[in-house]
Structure formats: C-alpha cells, structure tokens
Design a protein around this ligand. Sequence first.
Ligand code: UD1
Ligand code: CA
Length: 462
Amino acid sequence: MSDRKLAVVVLAAGKGSRMKSDLPKVLHPVAGRPMLGHVLASVATLAPAQCVVVVAPGMADVEAAAAPARCAVQSKPLGTGHAVAAARDALAPLLTEGGAELLVVFGDCPLMTSDTLQRLVAARRPAGAPEIVGLAFRPADPAAYGRVIVDEAGCIEKIVEFADADSAQRQIDLCNAGIVIGDAARLFALIERLGSHNAQGEYYLTDIFSLAHAEGRAAGVVECPAEEVLGVNSRADLALVEALMQQRLRGRAMAAGATLVDPATVWLSADTRLGRDVTVQPSVFFGPGVTVGDRVEIRSFCHLEGAEVGDDVVLGPFARLRPGAKLGRAAHVGNFVEIKNAELGEGAKANHLTYLGDATVGAAANVGAGTITCNYDGFLKHRTSIGAGAFIGSNTALVAPVTVGDGALVAAGSTITEDVPDDALAVGRSAQQNRDGAAARFRAERQAHKAAQPAPGKNKAS
Ligand code: UD1
Ligand code: CA
C-alpha cells in the first residue's frame, strides 16, 4: 500500500430534472437514508484525507446532509467535468502538497459498495499501474449509459456518451459507471483541457480518457457488478435501486442471525439492527433508527421507527413504535398499541389498544386494554410515570403530568388526574348505582306506549 493521500469528490450538483421533484435528487431516500448518505458512508471506509461534495447554488439542504464533508458550489450545471473542476479550490492545500490521488464518485449511485471502491484504489497500487482507472459494468440493458471503448491492450481508449454514440458504439455492452480514480494533479490538468463540443454541449468528465489515450498514456478499467452502479435518474430507477437495497439489507439481517419468515415483505432501513434469533413475521416496516435485541419476536404488521427493543421482547401483531420508544427486556407490546417517547421496563406489558406517549412504565407493570396517556394539553406535552408492578385497569385515561406509584392499582375506566401513591388503589370514575327492578319497569312502560300507537302503514288501502 502506498501512503498517498486520497481526495474524494462527490458530484451532486445535477438538477435531477427527470425526477420531477422539488427535492434535490441526491436527497431522495433509499432505505430511509438520502442517496448521498449511502455514497458518503461507502467513501468513508477509504478514510480519505478530504471529501468534497459538489452542489448547485441554493442547495443548502444538500450541504446540510453532506456535513461534515465540505461542499463546493458549481455555478452552472455544465457537465461532470465542469463539476469536478468546481472542487479544485477546496482541494488546493492537498494539491499543492503534491502526490495526492483523486477519486470521483457520483452522488446518485447509492448501491456502490466500499469493496468496489477499495478494488479501484488497489488497481493503482502496483508499480507501473495506470495513472487513471475508470469503473465499468455490463448491465442487462445498457440503455443510455456512456459506452467504454477499450483498445487491444484492454486499456480505455475513450468513453462515448450515449447521445454522441453511433449505432455500432451503442451495441457495446461495457458501460461507464462514472467513477474515476487517478493522480489528482494529472486529472485536474486533463479536466482543464476539456471542451464542450458534443451533443449535450457539456464538459464531460469522460473525455479525459480520450485526451490521455491521445498522449499514449493508457487508462485502466475495473469492472463491478451492474447493480452497484445503477444511477438514479428517475422515480422508476429509484424504485429499482430501493428493491435491490432491500434485498441486500435482508440478506445481511439473515446472515446476522435473524429469521425473516417472508423476506420480500419486510422493509428495512439502512441502519436497522436486528439481533440473533430475532423472528420477523411477514409484513413488518422498520423505519430509520431501530435497534432490536436478541430472541425478539416481531409479529406481522408492526411499524417501527427510532425505537430500541430489548432482548426477548414480543411485539405485535399491529404494534406501532414511534421515535423514543424503548422496550426493556421481555416486555410485551400487543395489537393496536402505539408507543412514542416512552420507556417500558423489564417484563412490562401493554397488550391491547393503548397509547403510551411521553411516559415511563416500570418493570413488570401491566397496562390494561384501552389505556391512554393524555400527554398533550393543546400547547405542551407532559409526562406520565407508571411505577414498577403497577396495574392500570382497562380504559384508563392518565392525564399528564401524573404519576402512578409502584405497586399501585388503578380501577378500570378511571380518569386519573392526581398522582397515585405507591400501593394505593385509585378509582377515578363516578360511582355505580344499581336501581332494583328499574330495567323491568322501563321495558313495561315502553311496551305499553308502543301498544297505544297505531301500527304504521297497517290500515292503508291495498
Ligand atoms: C454519467 C456519465 C455516463 C455514465 C453515467 C453513469 C458523463 C459525461 N457521463 O451520465 O458516461 O454512464 O453517468 O451513471 O460523465 N453532475 C454535476 N454537475 C453537472 C452534471 C452532473 O454535479 O453539471 C452530477 C450529478 O448530480 C450526478 C452525476 O454528476 O450525481 C452524474 O450526472 P448525470 O447527469 O446523472 O450523468 P449521466 O447522464 O447519468
Ligand atoms: Ca446519472
């Protein structure tokens, strides 16, 4: 390995007009994370000395998503070559040091793996390795990708954009992934010489290959699986990339010891973490920020995001965990239970038709069916605290802020507005009255009244 410093430029200034969206293309999420985030995560595994993301003017949201990577602004979308040139000033200190390497990647290729990037870096390591190496792939349908033309020695002679290719060139199935690595000073020198006399009137980064070849300096090519470099240009591409990413994530979850009973129906986020011997039944959604411990059973139709699920928990069917939900070991959360910003202690149970928001539930507490924490007064959110071993009877409204002590009992149907001391029984409902014989008297009265009325429609002439 050489100790050359690596600079990375991520291109993300394209309009993405084929997405027909107000959101910049690279911010469209795949597996719950912006495409740019996937690319930056792969790049980070190379530990580059510097990473610069090229954005268009007014893309503050992309700049925020790129942080802590620096951004450079490409004033006009004049092509991929022009975009790399826009990063030059930001890289100036590294370039003056000399000997740095430059890797250019696209922000719209979220399936790119760090393995492939590492192979690309490695291709420049041997003595006498080419000064530029391009990444190529052979997709089932080469569509509108740039075509890579190699010479007899297997070196890149040129890359022809689809719009500029003749019909013979369009028959070539070796396509340009757009990712390039090379000596930084050399790449910038070639980029300075790019012209824009082509079908799209753009400064194509791809033209550096024909410039280098004309000088007799061969460029190398590394091939990678087609699915890694699918560029997202449209919503249909986005859906395809999402499907492939889901397959990858499901494969990883299963390899790590989770059973997905029907993998195709489980949707995972890029950061979903499932422990060993987790079983996920069909049709479960994991939004961003979910961590699941070992031996957890997640039954069908659960929806989780921003949640931490402890070991041995049983969840669902039809449970919803929203951000800040934290379930302790062996907690049980059943059907139609919604939990937000609330912690359940070890072995606590909320099994039916319940909303727990901004709450703490102690170990082994039992939250009865239909319990609601009334956490919002129209202006502010307030907390509910339920002690260890407490029992909340069915259909209880806990009006926050309120505390139910350890071991306390709340009678079913209560509306609790005052704190309940430890081990107390709280009854917060109107007292029941039984009036002997009243139901029978009521029926008799109604029947007498009915008999006195003329039967409707009976006496009409037929
Ligand atoms: C590019 C390649 C093509 C390759 C394909 C792979 C060129 C000229 N063409 O075509 O050979 O097969 O990718 O996906 O490089 N961008 C900017 N500024 C610009 C233009 C583009 O930052 O002025 C960024 C875009 O945001 C995007 C990337 O560069 O992340 C690629 O641009 P895009 O317009 O998608 O290029 P393609 O036409 O797909
Ligand atoms: Ca593209």
